[in-house]
Design a protein around this ligand. Sequence first.
Ligand SMILES: *[C@@H]1O[C@H](CO)[C@@H](O)[C@H](O)[C@H]1NC(C)=O
Ligand SMILES: *[C@@H]1O[C@H](CO)[C@@H](O)[C@H](O)[C@H]1NC(C)=O
Ligand SMILES: *[C@@H]1O[C@H](CO)[C@@H](O)[C@H](O)[C@H]1NC(C)=O
Ligand SMILES: *[C@@H]1O[C@H](CO)[C@@H](O)[C@H](O)[C@H]1NC(C)=O
Length: 335
Amino acid sequence: MPSSRNQMSLISITIFLLLLSSTLSAEKCHPDDKKTLFKIKKAFNNAYIFASWTNDTDCCQWYMVKCDRVTHRIYSLTVDKDDKVSGPIPDAVGDLPYLEILRFIRLPKVIGPIPHAISKLKNLTNLWLSHNNLTGPIPDFFSQLPKLTWIDLSVNKLTGPIPPSLSSLHKLNLLILERNQLQGPIPESFGEFKNIPNFYLRLAKNQLSGPIPRSLGAISFMGIDFSRNMFTGDASVIFGKNKEGLLWIDISRNKFSFDFTKVRFPKSLSNLLMSHNQIYGSLPPALGKLPMLQFFNVSYNRLCGNIPTGGQLQQFDQYSYAHNKCLCGSPLPPC
Ligand SMILES: *[C@@H]1O[C@H](CO)[C@@H](O)[C@H](O)[C@H]1NC(C)=O
Ligand SMILES: *[C@@H]1O[C@H](CO)[C@@H](O)[C@H](O)[C@H]1NC(C)=O
Ligand SMILES: *[C@@H]1O[C@H](CO)[C@@H](O)[C@H](O)[C@H]1NC(C)=O
Ligand SMILES: *[C@@H]1O[C@H](CO)[C@@H](O)[C@H](O)[C@H]1NC(C)=O
């Protein structure tokens, strides 16, 4: 009896050690992924940030890389904040077929256009290419990547229009294009984002123009930043009592011109910034009933009449109301 029990435990220890050694020694990383990562490293001149990417190590353990636990294929690649990484984004990034998250961010010497090879990444959900020095257009081929939910291309030198085809991305939830040199209007087709909850759209600091398409009135926005562009006309479609979940609106420094008197607001609104436009009419009394309002600026417009009392409106200083046609009442002088 005792000897057979010893035998059993010996066998299980042996099996355990065998398993342990196989997990320690086996290369988990897929050889195709490893080859591709070496191409990326080389294209970026073997910059020091890639120092851990060596041939004698498992690429699933490399810095900036994440492998799936089951398939051991690379699903995430993040290269962040480095000024030695230089040159265009290499076509090799298109050869990581399981990639879901691609982040090349804060790389001031990464230049050139967004490569077409990215259109091969059919599993991509997050594309972050912000704070680089990218040029050229926002590619049309993003519309062929149906899983995309987040796109951030902010702070680059991208030019040209916003492609209307982006609206075919039925999972897109966050689109940040601010601080580029984009021109033209917001596509009418963006109304197709209407079934997406909490849509977040930031287009600030471009050279965008034209009116806000009426179709945007159907979108459930969480946040909108259209500031510092050249938009014109009526922006009232983005407001409304029924826009529950809308937290902030920034339409400052454009050429919007519409009657503010009839505009209504959701209770959720916490930021309302609209200085430097040509907005006229009066401040609706409903503004004084917004419990969450924290940031507010209507200066440099053509508003007139009494500042409604109650709520938060008297807590903002006079500079939030300055330079209008004839606003009056606290915090401005009495009417
Ligand atoms: C990695 O090792 C393989 C096999 O030893 C070799 O064929 C390949 O050229 C090496 N790659 C690099 C980048 O050193
Ligand atoms: C995407 O992922 C699926 C399953 O995770 C996989 O079968 C497929 O090969 C991947 N790549 C492409 C390009 O579809
Ligand atoms: C971007 O590239 C331009 C030249 O194309 C260069 O002058 C500029 O300094 C670069 N920006 C950064 C942040 O490095
Ligand atoms: C409101 O905007 C004006 C104009 O840009 C600015 O001068 C003022 O400081 C702002 N007020 C607040 C409270 O931020």
